[in-house]
Write a new protein. Structure first.
Lengths: 423, 423
């Protein structure tokens, strides 16, 4: 659908959502074997369709300069046979994961004999909004269908041809294997109003998962009428305690800040216990400066190391680049309070060798992941062993931290009686 | 606070919410013993304060006619020594339940030695909006604090004095035991605008739970900026299959419809397999009619039993009274489709002796609870063994079905390393 007036667009989105809802009812009744067969045959079909996908990708690459993409962005957009093989093996990996659906989470026989089971079932329909890398198209489709959900994919326009070619392959495989038509659908209009239409359809869509910049995510949250799995940002902290191994603290701070800067679990703020600040700050400053990191400190830390002053905004910022804020704290409780007040509830770490201090920190810090003597960079579905990840949540409701297959499910109670009535 | 201008009210609500947030940080670190001590001593303090509570209750009873309460409503509002003892024993029962917080839901040691735990923790702050019965004030406070949450209680104005007297007792006990001040707060203004202020504070409130009429709940859902645990209504079905024991089907239908009519898990719609309709409908009609139930049927069922026609709205309705809609279906798939399209995703039952039909029904019906050969009336926290219930959810996100202590929790990842950094 290349162009459309407003009514046509609304109708088109409605048709997509209704098809997804219908498909979700069927998908919920498939067993793991049927879903895995689709994943494995789709993997092989993607390899067979390498030429077709590369042809589509060439159209995206040709159009990339008109979208103002940088060289690095164009590189992430570019596919070759090896990358397509990588996409295919991603599907194979999801096939190897256990099916979360049908798990009997718990159950009991009640006095009187009523048998109550709490059984894991799919959420239903996922609306997934994502950045332009075409591999995400296949990953998200795999995770959603494996967890028994239908998915409506809204990818970046920069990868429109590549994503459509990939979805065409997934769709043909689904049709051949008798999976429902609406299981995987790509929104095939660049019209931004389409997103607004879908966000109103809480009768047909069970969850929206936006990935991208904070402004996109804020727009989605403010318009969505259904639950949203998301994180706005990640102002992650490393707190170096008085009882820290300072060499370890330096290594962890360097890794958390520098190993990959543009990601949500990178460290943006360093908190240092007052009593070791004079020793530790010069150590860590030497390493961070050698890595090209700009430090911005509070008044006290600037008495120890020469750096720019940190504003209140700096202490709240997700820099996503070579800047770190620094503050001195009095004790672990002070550190935890600062993290709860200034942080993003994403990932926060302590470095300490004191047993009770570690326990206080993990109890008090109200974040999705709390690390002791480990880099913040470990908060990741792969590192946590989820196998596949569709996003990270900083919310507390439903799913917190990395979201994999199980986070795309809910449960229902199935109750078996023998003519039971209530007194 | 008797009266307030708009700015004062907003400020007052903000202070309540901030106090709750602060309290929630402390409550999250309490162990079960501390919380149980508060519950048990509050129970005993409520008994000691019987005169004080009855005095407050007398003020509510005196004011009741000015709110236009019916005799039945006034009776539910009225306390006596025995009812206060019941409220106190409710607190004792919650103390006896296991503490959900601190449960290590799962955990693993990753290759490389990082130890990952998924630990159950409180949601934080609950905003609870409820009907006028004063016992709910104590129940809700007990469930929230036992699950480690601070609670902001917004009760009906009809029970304002009684609720305040109960909260005063809970509060005094909390102060004496060193629990944080903001753990249990009652919104002490009748101004309806207060609810709107709280619903905007998603920085301080983690979940809103409204109980009451559908219009109140729809208002809350449309204004809330935080997650809401709720059900709008319960259009619950009983489907009588061709393979049903028709005596059992009659008993279950009668129980589901008549045992208590004004509740969300009562049956509102009866679906009957075409092939047993001629035999079953007269049987069930005789019983329902003798119980004073009006039946409204589709065209086919009206050829068998004389009744008023059921409109499409009747088939979607939650009557909460002596009316039931009736429709003929062709098979179990048809019944499941009808339930998914017309129902409330609350509680739906099948009566059948056919093994595969029962399995098809439980797999296809997309409701919080699906019953086989049991009355819909069993979907209830007490009946399901949750011990205490703060509401029933028909949503799929976070919590579905009866919500007890555990449904007021989330989890966080606690990760222990030994200087681990990421490659």
């Amino acid at each position: 659908m290349a162009t459309a007036d407003a009514t046509d667009l609304a109708l088109h989105c409605r048709q997509i959502a209704d098809a997804a809802r219908q498909a979700s009812r069927r998908l919920a009744t498939l067993d793991a074997e049927q879903k895995n067969k689709w994943l494995l045959e789709s993997a092989s079909a993607l390899l067979d369709a390498t030429d077709e996908i590369l042809h589509a990708n060439a159209q995206d690459i040709a159009a990339a300069p008109t979208f103002g993409l940088s060289e690095a962005q164009i590189d992430r957009l570019r596919l070759d046979a090896q990358r397509i093989a990588g996409i295919a093996s991603g599907l194979t990996e999801v096939a190897a994961l256990p099916d979360p659906c049908g798990e009997i989470i718990e159950g009991q026989t009640r006095p009187g004999g009523l048998k109550i089971q709490k059984v894991r079932v799919p959420l239903g329909v996922v609306f997934f909004i994502y950045e332009s890398r075409p591999n995400v198209t296949a990953d998200a489709a795999a995770i959603c269908v494996k967890s028994g959900n239908a998915v409506i994919l809204r990818g970046g326009k920069e990868a429109a041809h590549s994503s459509q070619a990939i979805v065409d392959v997934l769709h043909r495989t689904a049709t051949r294997l008798g999976l429902p038509d609406g299981a995987v659908q790509l929104v095939d209009t660049p019209d931004r109003a389409a997103v607004g239409h879908f966000l109103k359809m809480n009768d047909a869509i069970d969850v929206t998962i936006p990935r991208g910049g904070e402004s996109l995510i804020r727009r989605v949250v403010s318009e969505a009428t259904m639950p949203v799995i998301k994180h706005f940002d990640g102002n992650c902290h490393v707190y170096v305690d008085v009882a820290a191994d300072l060499e370890m603290a330096t290594r962890i701070t360097e890794n958390a800040k520098c190993q990959r800067m543009g990601v949500c679990n990178a460290c943006e703020s360093l908190l240092v216990h007052r009593d070791i600040a004079a020793e530790f700050l010069p150590m860590v400053a030497a390493v961070l400066t050698s890595r090209g990191i700009e430090m911005r400190g509070d008044d006290e830390s600037r008495k120890i190391v020469d750096m720019q002053p940190a504003t209140d905004a700096d202490l709240r910022a997700e820099f996503l680049g070579p800047v770190i804020s620094v503050a001195i704290v009095d004790h672990v409780q002070h550190a935890a309070q600062h993290i709860n007040d200034y942080g993003s509830h994403h990932t926060d770490a302590i470095v300490t060798n004191d047993y009770r201090t570690a326990q206080t920190f993990t109890a008090m810090v109200d974040s999705a992941a709390v690390m002791v003597n480990a880099s913040t960079r470990f908060n990741d579905g792969g590192q946590f062993g989820l196998g596949a990840e569709i996003g990270i949540s900083t919310d507390k409701f439903h799913a917190r931290g990395p979201c994999g297959l199980r986070e795309l499910t809910t449960y229902k109670y199935i109750v078996h009686g023998d003519g039971h009535i209530r007194d």
